[in-house]
Design a protein around this ligand. Structure first.
Ligand code: PBG
Length: 310
């Protein structure tokens, strides 16, 4: 009877699996702080994507670990880069799966910041061109959705016009609209090798204490043409997810980030909590708060649980 009156359900097609693509062949390098996750070369990405698709997961989001980094992040738009190659491979071999790409500079810059540095600070406007070129190269490789995560002002409209001018009017933008300067990104920075080499990201990511500001950020992105808006992290910001869903009625994505995943994994390993139940409770709470889709490192495990439950 609990099932009969249940208000919220998660399905595998609500879930988006993040994957880390690295150059080479046969590479499967474990990410220590994220058990079950690896840096994968394109051949292994294909296997992982196939498995995700078979479990009913709708989408993957790709992050790249490039061959080379420079201060300008030029490997971000290399047509032969790992992300570009992985997009083409997945679209060819697992055609039903939606391929989303993370559009950001931090994995490609030698200093690890999400943009071009001028006078020891990230230069907002100089970064827009880099992001537009990166998004375009993803679209050219076949990406279904591009997801800018840098938090520069004006990037949604810059990317939208570049895509439109080049004939990619049908590629939607999922913007990381309300992205907080969070301690919960720690394990990801190991995974993506993107820790800033100086300073931090507080000049472009949001203060965790602010909620009205998230509304303003979403408003800007929606006005500039975002099709899906994201809140990140998820669990410490469920109130933000709910506010954005209620005030905009837009498709809302929530990013259940690396730290939220690793905390549960670590506690479960120690036998301090039931990892599977904590995972399912986290995901249903994010959905209940108002998220239409969830980016989560739990995607495969959760899809297996859902399959089992029928
Ligand atoms: C930055 C980016 C980050 C994440 C996704 N995109 C990290 C950051 O801002 O430092 C974090 C995701 C996670 O922690 O799982 N391009």
């Amino acid at each position: 009877m609990r099932r009969l009156v249940r208000e919220t359900a998660i399905a595998p097609d609500d879930l988006i699996l993040p994957l880390f693509v690295t150059p080479g062949k046969g590479v499967k390098k474990p990410i220590k702080s994220m058990p079950g996750h690896f840096q994968l070369s394109v051949d292994n990405i294909r296997k992982e994507a196939k498995e995700a698709g078979d479990l009913g997961i709708s989408s993957v989001i790709l992050f790249g670990i490039p061959e080379y980094k420079d201060p300008e992040g030029s490997s971000a738009y290399d047509p032969k880069g790992p992300v570009q190659a992985a997009i083409a491979e997945i679209k060819a071999k697992v055609p039903g799966l939606i391929v989303i790409t993370d559009v950001c500079a931090c994995e490609y810059t030698s200093h690890g910041h999400c943009g071009i540095i001028k006078n020891n600070d990230v230069d907002n406007d100089a970064t827009l061109e880099l992001l537009s070129r990166e998004a375009l190269s993803h679209a050219e490789a076949g990406a279904d959705i591009v997801a800018p995560s840098d938090m520069m002002d004006g990037r949604v409209s810059a990317i939208r016009s570049t895509l439109d001018d080049n004939g990619f009017t049908q590629v939607p933008i999922m913007s990381y609209a309300a992205k907080y300067a969070s301690a919960f990104y720690g394990p990801f920075r190991e995974a993506a090798e993107s820790t800033p080499q100086f300073g931090d990201r507080r000049t472009y990511q949001m203060d965790p204490a602010n909620s009205d500001e998230a509304i303003r950020e979403v408003m800007l992105d929606v006005t500039e043409g975002a099709d899906i808006v994201m809140v990140k992290p998820a669990l410490p910001y469920l109130d933000i997810i709910r506010r954005i869903k209620s005030e905009f009625n837009y498709p809302v994505a929530a990013y259940n980030v690396s730290g939220e995943f690793s905390m549960i994994k670590a506690a479960a390993e120690k036998g301090w909590l039931d990892g599977e139940r904590a995972m399912m409770e986290s995901l249903v709470s994010i959905k209940r708060a108002g998220a239409d889709m969830i980016l989560t490192y739990f995607a495969k495990e959760a899809a297996k649980v859902l399959q089992k439950e029928g």
